[in-house]
Design a protein around this ligand. Structure first.
Ligand code: SF4
Ligand code: SF4
Length: 222
């Protein structure tokens, strides 16, 4: 899922400075699961910002709505009934949600209420780790299901760097060396011979380096 973190109340206040009627829009999918932008978090942020503005004698008329998903127009239309008369929207969705709402309501300023972090996995209560950069050509089959593109700090595809140890990555001692994980995993599943082949330079053309990508699945178009 997409993992995001809430902006501070100070940041939120700054974003909506000068606006009197504001809509805080939550998203009921990834950012609800990662405890950043669901109904509960929007409620807490709304309460805090309203209080802060009141203390500064700058009252705020705030509406709070959480929709199923901000990354689908089908659900964004549910916001339409709530935007009449507001002079700003704060989206508590990921960066996709913010942009989708801005496209849907071109005459209203739309601000991000979260910092979008990465695509990741919930490891344990309130701990997420990044697992995929969305490179467009998945090579996990070669590496026992452990992604060197994302999890090796140097994105090495042909074995570890000289600073690798069994316990940690040279770049961040708190993180395991991805190549140690790959080696152990391939050994456990009897596929160590996969490392005999030298990986060719990765084709980065399907990746994000050349700008925003697009997927069109013709067979599902109507
Ligand atoms: S190889 Fe690419 S698509 Fe596959 S997990 Fe890694 S970054 Fe994601
Ligand atoms: S220590 Fe391991 S994970 Fe870290 S950069 Fe070197 S090979 Fe990559």
């Amino acid at each position: 899922m997409i993992v995001a973190s809430p902006k501070s109340i100070t940041e939120l206040k700054k974003l909506i400075a000068g606006h009197q009627k504001v809509l805080f829009a939550g998203c009921g999918t990834c950012v609800t699961v990662c405890l950043a932008g669901g109904e509960r978090e929007v409620g807490i942020a709304g309460y805090a910002v309203r209080m802060a503005r009141k203390l500064e004698n700058e009252p705020l008329q705030l509406t709070q709505v959480t929709i199923e998903r901000q990354c689908e127009n089908e659900f964004i239309k549910d916001l339409a009934a709530h935007v009449d008369g507001v002079d700003a929207i704060v989206s508590f969705g990921c960066g996709v949600g913010v942009q989708a709402i801005a496209e849907r309501f071109p005459d209203i300023p739309v601000y991000p209420g979260l910092d979008t972090e990465f695509m990741g996995l919930l490891e344990e209560q309130a701990v997420w780790t990044e697992k995929c950069l969305g490179c467009g050509e998945c090579v996990l089959a070669v590496y026992g299901g452990i992604c060197p593109v994302t999890r090796c700090a140097k994105r090495l595809l042909n074995g570890p760097c000289g600073g690798s140890t069994e316990d940690s990555c040279e770049v961040d001692p708190d993180r395991p060396c991805a190549w140690q994980l790959i080696y152990v995993r391939l050994k456990n599943i009897g596929q160590l011979d996969r490392l005999d082949d030298i990986a060719e330079p990765k084709d980065w053309s399907p990746s994000w380096h050349s700008g925003a990508r697009k997927v069109v699945r013709k067979e599902h178009r109507v």
